[in-house]
Write a protein that binds this ligand. Structure first.
Ligand SMILES: [Zn+2]
Ligand SMILES: [Zn+2]
Length: 604
């Protein structure tokens, strides 16, 4: 891709020249190609949210918006609309002090003790109890394993081993591995009244004696637990005369009857300090004002949008790069320079025509991290959402093959099938309509906000989320046809007397649930939130949560007697529920504590 930057400079110069001459327009096809080639070039480094590549891409989009005469939204000074997100956590100087019965003090300075990424920042102290691997398998699994059986850990500091018994048979390991996530372990310790948790990696395990690295995590709420890992740490539990190696060997058999023990006379003081790293992403939002006054026009806004962010070098999750492509730029030509270019093409075409409604033009960031940009937009909308007639979304529209175009979310309004059919008379695609709006793209944010919406898609392919999703693989001729087709639909929406009425689509399968859960609750967790508790981004139509009266915006703080501070507590609590058995749910609505009963159904 060495020649790209020179080609780019040439085509940018061409665009500038053309725009300087009024009336002279580049044919749509060459512009679309330029947009995709530019956005997907090495220079933009995969457009990771919050990165300099994102900024370059936003600059490019803003220049294009200005060229076609679009303006920042009413009341906004700028096209850029920032939103904050948590990009990770780092240790802020955690320490661990221990004191033995004979007054020997020992301090782990930062670097030899480190907070776990989900730990609360706080100081706690208490007598030390060793709880083996700290594993608790819920009773519902019919597999008796409880590291805490017979142990009193209330107001104590629990020491646990990382991972799970090394020598157990495969079946046992498979079951235990599911509950070996340190969040589950921390949750189990907290449920039993422990004040804090210290993790050591046993001499018989991988990464023996090492700290647990702090990992990137978008579910950032404090867990309600103070938890650290320490380097080495054998001495923490060797106070009763046996070596850690010996103790671990016994546990490693997987025998559930090997018990933990209190360490006589040893107390520990954990001072955990976690710094959550806030970053800022930028949506780029503009509008083309209606030609005349919109007073008396029902729902006077129509929106088109696409996410312009991608995976950068694929280091923060979502990458499907092969071993030989690790850390390379993920170009994201189809995902989603193609959709971005289509939105520019639609806006460009409509800019030159009169219109009854305003056209809102949105380029989202943070989509690849969990629809963050569009979710921020609908949660504090700069244009009242009930003034929005419809939202059209474009994500991966550059790989038309066999004339096939998929349009999803058609169930969000009874008006869509006919409108699509009419517009397609001129376009001539082999349309595939799918009603389901619960798609892993920004259309989901608008469906949740009860806005009639559609999303256009030309199908998955080999290069999806890989560095090889490059501009040369885009089918530009058909990409322009998608733009022309969608512009015709947008035009009808802009000028029509009839506004699509939103219809709520019942969801068959839960989005965002943990794979393998057999239980269906119909909740849609808001993963981007950092409130304490589980914030509902929505509930699934007809599902148990909706039947229980729960709704978007509610914060679940307790379920079946388990307190919930974050999504991990929640998934843990779900393991304890039984299909068909009502469970008490305590939740906050508008700051008020309320109660209801939810009866989980079986997942289909
Ligand atoms: Zn995408
Ligand atoms: Zn993607």
């Amino acid at each position: 891709m060495k020649s790209t930057s020179r080609q780019l400079a040439l085509s940018l110069a061409a665009v500038t020249l053309l725009s300087a001459a009024p009336g002279a327009q580049a044919p749509a096809s060459s512009r679309t190609r330029t947009h995709v080639q530019t956005l997907a070039s090495d220079k933009f480094e995969g457009r990771l949210t919050g990165s300099s590549g994102e900024k370059l891409a936003a600059d490019y989009l803003i220049a294009e918006l200005k060229r076609m005469g679009a303006k920042p939204l009413p009341g906004q000074a700028d096209f850029r609309m920032p939103f904050a997100f948590t990009a990770g956590s780092k240790d802020g100087g955690t320490t661990l002090k221990t004191m033995t019965a004979n007054g020997m003090e020992r301090t782990h300075e930062p670097g030899t003790a480190m907070a776990l990424s989900f730990s609360d920042s706080a100081e706690v102290s208490g007598p030390v109890v060793f709880a083996g691997y700290g594993l608790v398998v819920p009773e519902s699994q019919n597999f008796g394993y409880d590291s805490y059986a017979g142990l009193d850990v209330k107001d104590k500091v629990v020491v646990v081993l990382r991972y799970f018994p090394e020598d157990a048979d495969q079946k046992t390991r498979a079951i235990l591995a599911r509950y070996a996530d340190l969040r589950y372990k921390a949750q189990a310790a907290r449920q039993r009244g422990a004040r804090g948790m210290i993790v050591i990696t046993g001499p018989r395990s991988p990464n023996a004696g090492e700290l647990v690295p702090m990992s990137f995590d978008t579910a950032i709420a404090g867990s309600g637990v103070v938890a650290v890992s320490v380097k080495g740490g054998a001495w923490l539990i060797e106070g009763n005369g046996r070596s850690l190696d010996e103790v671990q060997k016994e546990l490693d058999s997987g025998n559930p009857h090997v018990a933990g023990f209190a360490v006589p006379g040893v107390t520990a003081t954990i001072n955990a300090k976690v710094i959550r790293q806030q970053q800022t992403g930028h949506n780029v939002v503009a509008y083309l004002p209606a030609s005349g006054s919109v007073s008396g026009v029902s729902k006077p806004w129509v929106a088109v949008g696409a996410h312009y962010d991608h995976l950068g070098r694929g280091t923060t999750g979502g990458s499907l790069a092969g071993k030989d492509e690790v850390n390379q730029i993920h170009h994201g030509a189809d995902d989603n320079a193609s959709g971005t270019a289509t939105v520019l093409a639609i806006a460009d075409a409509l800019a030159r025509q009169p219109r009854k409604r305003h056209l809102l033009i949105a380029f989202w960031s943070g989509e690849e991290l969990g629809l963050l940009g569009s979710a921020a937009f609908v949660s504090t909308p700069p244009v009242a959402l009930d003034q929005l007639s419809a939202y059209l979304n474009f994500d991966m529209v550059g790989r038309v093959s066999d004339n096939k175009l998929t349009v999803q979310a058609t169930g969000t309004s009874a008006m869509w099938p006919k409108l699509l059919e009419q517009a397609n008379v001129a376009a001539g695609f082999d349309l595939v309509l799918q009603e389901d709006p619960y798609q892993p793209t920004d259309v989901g944010s608008f469906n949740t906000a009860s806005v009639a919406c559609l999303t256009f898609f030309t199908g998955a392919h080999q290069e999806y989320h890989k560095p090889s999703d490059t501009a040369d693989k885009i089918n530009y001729e058909d990409l322009d046809r998608v733009g022309t087709f969608a512009a015709a639909i947008a035009k009808r929406l802009l000028d029509g007397d009839q506004v699509p009425q939103f219809t709520k689509v019942e969801q068959k399968t839960e989005t965002g649930g943990r794979a393998g859960l057999r239980l269906f609750t119909g909740t849609i967790p808001d993963y981007a939130s950092d409130v304490k508790g589980l914030l509902l981004g929505g509930v699934i139509g007809g599902g148990p949560a909706e039947q229980a009266g729960l709704a978007k915006g509610d914060v679940i703080v307790e379920i079946a007697g388990q307190s919930i501070t974050n999504i991990y507590d929640y998934t843990y609590a779900l393991e304890l529920l039984k299909i068909g058995q009502p469970a008490k749910v305590v939740y906050l609505r508008g700051g008020q504590k309320q109660e209801t009963t939810l009866t989980p159904a079986a997942r289909k």
